[in-house]
Ligand binder design. Sequence first.
Ligand code: MG
Length: 383
Amino acid sequence: MNLREQLEHREDRALAPWAMRARDSRGRLGSEPEHAYRTCFQRDRDRVLHSTAFRRLQYKTQVFIHHEGDHFRNRLTHTLEVAQIGRTIARVLGANEDLTEAIVLAHDLGHTPFGHAGERAMHPLLEAFGGFEHNRQSLRIVDWLELRTPEYRGLNLTHETRAGILKHGRAYPRHSHPVEMPSLGASPTAEAQIANWADSIAYGAHDIDDGLRSGLLEPEQLEELELWRRARERAGLSRPLAAVGWRKVIVRLIDGLVGDLVEATARRLEKHAPTSADALCTLPEPVVGLSDEARELTRAQTHMLHECVYRHPQVLRMALKGERILRELWEAYSSQPRLLPRHVLAAASDEPPERAMADYLAGMTDRFAMDEHRRIYDPHTPA
Ligand code: MG
Protein backbone atom coordinates (compact mmCIF):
# COMPACT_ATOMS: atom_id res chain seq x y z
CA MET A 1 0.00 0.00 0.00
CA ASN A 2 1.41 3.40 -0.92
CA LEU A 3 1.01 6.43 1.34
CA ARG A 4 -2.19 7.64 -0.32
CA GLU A 5 -3.76 4.23 -0.08
CA GLN A 6 -2.86 4.16 3.60
CA LEU A 7 -4.60 7.53 4.02
CA GLU A 8 -7.67 6.26 2.18
CA HIS A 9 -7.69 3.21 4.37
CA ARG A 10 -7.51 5.34 7.48
CA GLU A 11 -10.28 7.57 6.12
CA ASP A 12 -12.46 4.54 5.48
CA ARG A 13 -12.15 3.39 9.08
CA ALA A 14 -12.61 6.85 10.62
CA LEU A 15 -15.58 8.18 8.64
CA ALA A 16 -19.27 7.52 9.21
CA PRO A 17 -20.81 4.94 6.84
CA TRP A 18 -22.72 7.66 4.92
CA ALA A 19 -19.66 9.92 4.45
CA MET A 20 -18.14 10.35 1.00
CA ARG A 21 -14.90 8.44 0.77
CA ALA A 22 -12.07 9.61 -1.45
CA ARG A 23 -11.64 6.11 -2.84
CA ASP A 24 -15.32 6.05 -3.92
CA SER A 25 -15.11 9.30 -5.88
CA ARG A 26 -16.61 9.21 -9.36
CA GLY A 27 -13.37 10.81 -10.50
CA ARG A 28 -12.35 13.85 -12.47
CA LEU A 29 -13.56 15.32 -15.79
CA GLY A 30 -10.29 14.19 -17.38
CA SER A 31 -8.50 11.22 -15.87
CA GLU A 32 -5.19 11.86 -14.13
CA PRO A 33 -2.84 9.65 -12.17
CA GLU A 34 -3.58 9.72 -8.43
CA HIS A 35 -1.24 11.62 -6.13
CA ALA A 36 1.35 9.75 -4.08
CA TYR A 37 0.29 10.99 -0.66
CA ARG A 38 -2.85 13.14 -0.98
CA THR A 39 -6.41 11.93 -1.50
CA CYS A 40 -8.42 13.30 -4.44
CA PHE A 41 -10.40 15.64 -2.18
CA GLN A 42 -7.28 17.01 -0.50
CA ARG A 43 -6.00 17.72 -3.99
CA ASP A 44 -9.24 19.49 -4.97
CA ARG A 45 -8.99 21.69 -1.90
CA ASP A 46 -5.34 22.54 -2.65
CA ARG A 47 -6.10 23.36 -6.28
CA VAL A 48 -8.85 25.77 -5.26
CA LEU A 49 -6.65 27.38 -2.61
CA HIS A 50 -3.85 27.99 -5.12
CA SER A 51 -6.15 29.38 -7.82
CA THR A 52 -6.15 32.99 -9.03
CA ALA A 53 -9.89 33.33 -8.43
CA PHE A 54 -9.35 32.41 -4.76
CA ARG A 55 -6.85 35.21 -4.26
CA ARG A 56 -9.24 37.69 -5.85
CA LEU A 57 -11.81 36.98 -3.11
CA GLN A 58 -9.71 39.23 -0.92
CA TYR A 59 -10.90 42.33 -2.75
CA LYS A 60 -14.50 41.34 -3.29
CA THR A 61 -17.34 42.72 -1.23
CA GLN A 62 -19.28 40.61 1.22
CA VAL A 63 -21.57 43.36 2.52
CA PHE A 64 -19.23 46.31 3.10
CA ILE A 65 -16.88 47.46 0.39
CA HIS A 66 -13.18 47.33 1.33
CA HIS A 67 -12.57 51.05 1.63
CA GLU A 68 -15.32 51.34 4.25
CA GLY A 69 -13.02 49.78 6.83
CA ASP A 70 -10.24 47.24 7.26
CA HIS A 71 -12.08 45.13 9.83
CA PHE A 72 -15.13 44.13 7.82
CA ARG A 73 -15.42 40.74 6.16
CA ASN A 74 -14.56 40.39 2.53
CA ARG A 75 -15.29 37.26 0.51
CA LEU A 76 -11.96 35.73 1.44
CA THR A 77 -12.36 36.06 5.18
CA HIS A 78 -16.01 35.01 4.85
CA THR A 79 -14.87 31.88 2.98
CA LEU A 80 -12.29 31.08 5.67
CA GLU A 81 -14.89 31.44 8.43
CA VAL A 82 -17.24 29.14 6.52
CA ALA A 83 -14.39 26.63 6.11
CA GLN A 84 -13.72 26.64 9.85
CA ILE A 85 -17.38 26.05 10.70
CA GLY A 86 -17.76 23.46 7.94
CA ARG A 87 -14.74 21.50 9.11
CA THR A 88 -15.92 21.53 12.71
CA ILE A 89 -19.31 20.11 11.69
CA ALA A 90 -17.81 17.58 9.30
CA ARG A 91 -15.34 16.28 11.84
CA VAL A 92 -17.77 15.82 14.70
CA LEU A 93 -20.37 14.10 12.50
CA GLY A 94 -17.83 11.84 10.79
CA ALA A 95 -18.23 13.39 7.33
CA ASN A 96 -15.35 13.95 4.94
CA GLU A 97 -13.57 17.10 6.13
CA ASP A 98 -11.42 17.46 3.03
CA LEU A 99 -14.38 17.33 0.65
CA THR A 100 -16.32 19.78 2.83
CA GLU A 101 -13.38 22.15 2.82
CA ALA A 102 -12.86 21.88 -0.94
CA ILE A 103 -16.52 22.75 -1.59
CA VAL A 104 -16.46 25.64 0.89
CA LEU A 105 -13.27 27.20 -0.45
CA ALA A 106 -14.76 27.21 -3.96
CA HIS A 107 -18.32 28.15 -3.05
CA ASP A 108 -18.04 31.92 -3.60
CA LEU A 109 -15.47 32.05 -6.41
CA GLY A 110 -18.13 33.02 -8.93
CA HIS A 111 -19.32 36.13 -7.16
CA THR A 112 -19.10 39.38 -9.10
CA PRO A 113 -17.56 42.51 -7.64
CA PHE A 114 -19.92 44.40 -5.26
CA GLY A 115 -21.62 41.24 -3.99
CA HIS A 116 -25.19 40.47 -4.95
CA ALA A 117 -25.57 43.96 -6.42
CA GLY A 118 -23.12 42.95 -9.14
CA GLU A 119 -25.14 39.84 -9.91
CA ARG A 120 -28.33 41.93 -10.10
CA ALA A 121 -26.68 44.14 -12.70
CA MET A 122 -25.20 41.31 -14.75
CA HIS A 123 -28.10 38.90 -14.97
CA PRO A 124 -30.34 41.14 -17.15
CA LEU A 125 -27.39 42.06 -19.39
CA LEU A 126 -26.88 38.37 -20.11
CA GLU A 127 -30.54 37.43 -20.37
CA ALA A 128 -30.24 36.50 -24.06
CA PHE A 129 -27.15 34.38 -23.35
CA GLY A 130 -28.41 32.23 -20.49
CA GLY A 131 -28.20 34.84 -17.70
CA PHE A 132 -25.73 35.06 -14.84
CA GLU A 133 -25.78 33.17 -11.56
CA HIS A 134 -22.88 33.01 -9.11
CA ASN A 135 -22.99 29.26 -8.32
CA ARG A 136 -22.87 28.40 -11.98
CA GLN A 137 -20.08 30.94 -12.41
CA SER A 138 -18.12 29.26 -9.57
CA LEU A 139 -18.37 25.98 -11.48
CA ARG A 140 -17.38 27.74 -14.70
CA ILE A 141 -14.27 29.07 -12.98
CA VAL A 142 -13.10 25.70 -11.68
CA ASP A 143 -14.10 23.83 -14.86
CA TRP A 144 -12.98 26.27 -17.51
CA LEU A 145 -11.57 29.67 -16.64
CA GLU A 146 -8.71 28.78 -14.29
CA LEU A 147 -5.58 27.85 -16.19
CA ARG A 148 -3.09 25.84 -14.15
CA THR A 149 -1.43 23.61 -16.73
CA PRO A 150 -0.97 23.57 -20.52
CA GLU A 151 -2.56 20.09 -20.64
CA TYR A 152 -6.14 21.08 -19.91
CA ARG A 153 -8.43 23.94 -18.97
CA GLY A 154 -9.83 24.43 -15.49
CA LEU A 155 -8.78 22.73 -12.26
CA ASN A 156 -10.08 19.29 -13.23
CA LEU A 157 -11.78 18.71 -9.88
CA THR A 158 -13.64 15.59 -8.80
CA HIS A 159 -17.32 15.08 -9.53
CA GLU A 160 -18.22 15.42 -5.82
CA THR A 161 -16.56 18.81 -5.37
CA ARG A 162 -18.08 20.09 -8.63
CA ALA A 163 -21.58 18.90 -7.70
CA GLY A 164 -21.19 20.53 -4.26
CA ILE A 165 -20.24 23.83 -5.87
CA LEU A 166 -23.23 23.82 -8.21
CA LYS A 167 -25.82 23.36 -5.44
CA HIS A 168 -29.20 21.76 -5.79
CA GLY A 169 -32.59 23.24 -6.35
CA ARG A 170 -31.94 25.11 -9.57
CA ALA A 171 -32.31 23.98 -13.13
CA TYR A 172 -29.22 24.95 -15.07
CA PRO A 173 -29.39 24.82 -18.86
CA ARG A 174 -26.78 22.24 -19.82
CA HIS A 175 -25.78 23.95 -23.04
CA SER A 176 -24.62 27.01 -21.11
CA HIS A 177 -21.61 25.18 -19.63
CA PRO A 178 -18.54 24.44 -21.76
CA VAL A 179 -18.01 20.93 -20.32
CA GLU A 180 -20.42 18.32 -19.03
CA MET A 181 -22.26 19.51 -15.92
CA PRO A 182 -22.03 17.25 -12.87
CA SER A 183 -25.19 15.17 -12.53
CA LEU A 184 -27.03 15.83 -9.27
CA GLY A 185 -28.78 13.13 -7.22
CA ALA A 186 -32.01 13.60 -5.25
CA SER A 187 -30.05 15.12 -2.36
CA PRO A 188 -26.53 16.58 -2.19
CA THR A 189 -23.80 14.67 -0.37
CA ALA A 190 -23.66 15.26 3.40
CA GLU A 191 -20.48 17.26 2.78
CA ALA A 192 -22.24 19.61 0.33
CA GLN A 193 -25.13 20.02 2.77
CA ILE A 194 -22.68 20.86 5.56
CA ALA A 195 -20.93 23.43 3.35
CA ASN A 196 -24.26 25.11 2.68
CA TRP A 197 -25.27 25.34 6.30
CA ALA A 198 -21.83 26.47 7.39
CA ASP A 199 -22.21 29.32 4.89
CA SER A 200 -25.48 30.52 6.34
CA ILE A 201 -24.38 30.17 9.99
CA ALA A 202 -21.18 32.09 9.20
CA TYR A 203 -22.74 35.00 7.37
CA GLY A 204 -25.62 35.32 9.82
CA ALA A 205 -23.13 35.77 12.65
CA HIS A 206 -20.51 37.86 10.90
CA ASP A 207 -23.03 40.20 9.31
CA ILE A 208 -24.34 40.94 12.80
CA ASP A 209 -20.75 41.57 13.91
CA ASP A 210 -20.06 43.85 10.93
CA GLY A 211 -23.45 45.51 11.40
CA LEU A 212 -22.51 46.33 15.00
CA ARG A 213 -19.01 47.48 14.05
CA SER A 214 -20.39 49.80 11.39
CA GLY A 215 -23.05 51.20 13.72
CA LEU A 216 -25.88 50.08 11.43
CA LEU A 217 -27.02 47.80 14.25
CA GLU A 218 -27.15 48.46 17.99
CA PRO A 219 -26.78 45.67 20.58
CA GLU A 220 -30.09 46.76 22.15
CA GLN A 221 -31.96 46.16 18.86
CA LEU A 222 -30.67 42.62 18.81
CA GLU A 223 -32.43 41.98 22.12
CA GLU A 224 -35.60 41.54 20.05
CA LEU A 225 -34.10 38.29 18.79
CA GLU A 226 -34.65 35.19 20.89
CA LEU A 227 -31.47 33.72 19.38
CA TRP A 228 -29.45 36.71 20.54
CA ARG A 229 -30.96 36.78 24.04
CA ARG A 230 -30.18 33.10 24.52
CA ALA A 231 -26.62 33.55 23.29
CA ARG A 232 -26.14 36.51 25.64
CA GLU A 233 -27.43 34.50 28.57
CA ARG A 234 -25.14 31.59 27.70
CA ALA A 235 -22.29 34.12 27.59
CA GLY A 236 -23.25 35.08 31.17
CA LEU A 237 -23.63 38.75 30.23
CA SER A 238 -26.30 41.28 31.05
CA ARG A 239 -27.41 44.45 29.30
CA PRO A 240 -26.15 46.90 28.18
CA LEU A 241 -23.34 45.22 26.26
CA ALA A 242 -19.95 46.79 25.60
CA ALA A 243 -18.12 45.95 22.34
CA VAL A 244 -16.11 43.15 23.89
CA GLY A 245 -19.39 41.83 25.30
CA TRP A 246 -21.17 41.54 21.98
CA ARG A 247 -18.19 39.79 20.51
CA LYS A 248 -18.53 37.11 23.14
CA VAL A 249 -22.25 36.84 22.37
CA ILE A 250 -21.44 36.26 18.70
CA VAL A 251 -19.05 33.47 19.67
CA ARG A 252 -21.91 31.87 21.64
CA LEU A 253 -24.32 32.47 18.76
CA ILE A 254 -22.16 30.50 16.34
CA ASP A 255 -21.47 27.83 18.92
CA GLY A 256 -25.18 27.50 19.75
CA LEU A 257 -26.21 27.10 16.11
CA VAL A 258 -23.43 24.66 15.28
CA GLY A 259 -24.35 22.61 18.36
CA ASP A 260 -28.02 22.62 17.39
CA LEU A 261 -27.20 21.61 13.83
CA VAL A 262 -24.94 18.77 14.93
CA GLU A 263 -27.55 17.39 17.32
CA ALA A 264 -30.49 17.77 14.93
CA THR A 265 -28.46 16.18 12.12
CA ALA A 266 -27.36 13.30 14.34
CA ARG A 267 -31.03 12.62 15.19
CA ARG A 268 -32.01 12.56 11.50
CA LEU A 269 -29.07 10.31 10.68
CA GLU A 270 -30.12 7.94 13.43
CA LYS A 271 -33.65 7.84 12.09
CA HIS A 272 -32.76 7.22 8.43
CA ALA A 273 -29.52 5.32 9.11
CA PRO A 274 -28.09 5.64 5.60
CA THR A 275 -25.49 2.91 5.10
CA SER A 276 -23.51 4.65 2.35
CA ALA A 277 -22.98 8.04 0.71
CA ASP A 278 -25.20 6.89 -2.15
CA ALA A 279 -27.96 5.93 0.27
CA LEU A 280 -27.77 9.35 1.92
CA CYS A 281 -28.12 11.07 -1.45
CA THR A 282 -31.32 9.17 -2.24
CA LEU A 283 -33.07 10.07 1.04
CA PRO A 284 -36.30 12.02 0.50
CA GLU A 285 -35.10 14.98 2.58
CA PRO A 286 -31.71 16.50 3.36
CA VAL A 287 -30.37 15.15 6.66
CA VAL A 288 -28.06 18.01 7.57
CA GLY A 289 -29.69 21.04 9.09
CA LEU A 290 -30.80 22.98 12.13
CA SER A 291 -33.71 21.86 14.30
CA ASP A 292 -37.11 23.29 13.35
CA GLU A 293 -36.99 25.63 16.32
CA ALA A 294 -33.55 27.03 15.45
CA ARG A 295 -34.63 27.48 11.83
CA GLU A 296 -37.52 29.61 12.99
CA LEU A 297 -35.22 31.68 15.20
CA THR A 298 -32.67 32.23 12.44
CA ARG A 299 -35.44 33.46 10.14
CA ALA A 300 -36.06 36.34 12.56
CA GLN A 301 -32.33 37.05 12.56
CA THR A 302 -32.19 37.10 8.75
CA HIS A 303 -35.19 39.41 8.70
CA MET A 304 -33.45 41.85 11.02
CA LEU A 305 -30.28 41.75 8.92
CA HIS A 306 -32.33 42.59 5.83
CA GLU A 307 -34.12 45.44 7.52
CA CYS A 308 -31.17 46.98 9.33
CA VAL A 309 -28.07 46.06 7.34
CA TYR A 310 -28.63 44.79 3.78
CA ARG A 311 -31.28 47.42 3.10
CA HIS A 312 -29.71 50.25 5.06
CA PRO A 313 -29.38 53.40 2.89
CA GLN A 314 -25.60 53.34 3.29
CA VAL A 315 -25.37 49.76 2.01
CA LEU A 316 -27.97 50.36 -0.71
CA ARG A 317 -26.15 53.44 -1.99
CA MET A 318 -22.93 51.49 -2.44
CA ALA A 319 -24.84 48.64 -4.06
CA LEU A 320 -26.38 51.04 -6.57
CA LYS A 321 -22.98 52.48 -7.36
CA GLY A 322 -21.64 48.96 -7.89
CA GLU A 323 -24.51 48.03 -10.20
CA ARG A 324 -23.99 51.20 -12.19
CA ILE A 325 -20.25 50.60 -12.51
CA LEU A 326 -20.81 47.13 -13.94
CA ARG A 327 -23.58 48.25 -16.32
CA GLU A 328 -21.46 51.12 -17.60
CA LEU A 329 -18.39 48.92 -18.05
CA TRP A 330 -20.57 46.50 -20.00
CA GLU A 331 -21.85 49.35 -22.16
CA ALA A 332 -18.34 50.62 -22.85
CA TYR A 333 -17.00 47.17 -23.78
CA SER A 334 -20.03 46.37 -25.93
CA SER A 335 -19.78 49.56 -27.94
CA GLN A 336 -15.99 49.44 -28.14
CA PRO A 337 -14.67 45.87 -27.76
CA ARG A 338 -11.14 47.12 -28.33
CA LEU A 339 -11.22 48.45 -24.77
CA LEU A 340 -11.03 44.84 -23.61
CA PRO A 341 -7.66 43.18 -23.11
CA ARG A 342 -6.91 40.97 -26.12
CA HIS A 343 -6.97 37.74 -24.13
CA VAL A 344 -10.60 38.30 -23.16
CA LEU A 345 -12.08 38.05 -26.63
CA ALA A 346 -9.55 35.43 -27.66
CA ALA A 347 -10.97 33.24 -24.86
CA ALA A 348 -14.41 33.20 -26.49
CA SER A 349 -13.79 30.74 -29.27
CA ASP A 350 -17.00 28.68 -29.33
CA GLU A 351 -19.10 30.94 -27.15
CA PRO A 352 -20.69 34.35 -27.76
CA PRO A 353 -18.27 37.20 -26.96
CA GLU A 354 -20.80 38.41 -24.37
CA ARG A 355 -19.99 35.36 -22.23
CA ALA A 356 -16.28 36.18 -22.29
CA MET A 357 -17.08 39.76 -21.35
CA ALA A 358 -19.20 38.51 -18.47
CA ASP A 359 -16.34 36.30 -17.27
CA TYR A 360 -14.02 39.28 -17.38
CA LEU A 361 -16.45 41.54 -15.51
CA ALA A 362 -17.44 38.92 -12.93
CA GLY A 363 -13.79 38.10 -12.28
CA MET A 364 -12.93 41.70 -11.40
CA THR A 365 -12.31 42.72 -7.82
CA ASP A 366 -14.24 45.73 -6.51
CA ARG A 367 -11.22 47.98 -6.70
CA PHE A 368 -10.24 46.86 -10.19
CA ALA A 369 -13.78 47.54 -11.45
CA MET A 370 -13.76 51.01 -9.83
CA ASP A 371 -10.33 51.86 -11.31
CA GLU A 372 -11.33 50.60 -14.74
CA HIS A 373 -14.57 52.59 -14.60
CA ARG A 374 -12.59 55.73 -13.76
CA ARG A 375 -10.09 55.07 -16.56
CA ILE A 376 -12.94 54.83 -19.06
CA TYR A 377 -15.33 57.49 -17.84
CA ASP A 378 -13.37 60.06 -15.83
CA PRO A 379 -11.57 62.53 -18.12
CA HIS A 380 -9.20 63.50 -15.28
CA THR A 381 -7.96 59.93 -14.85
CA PRO A 382 -5.12 58.88 -17.15
CA ALA A 383 -6.40 56.31 -19.65
MG1 MG B 1 -20.86 32.33 0.95
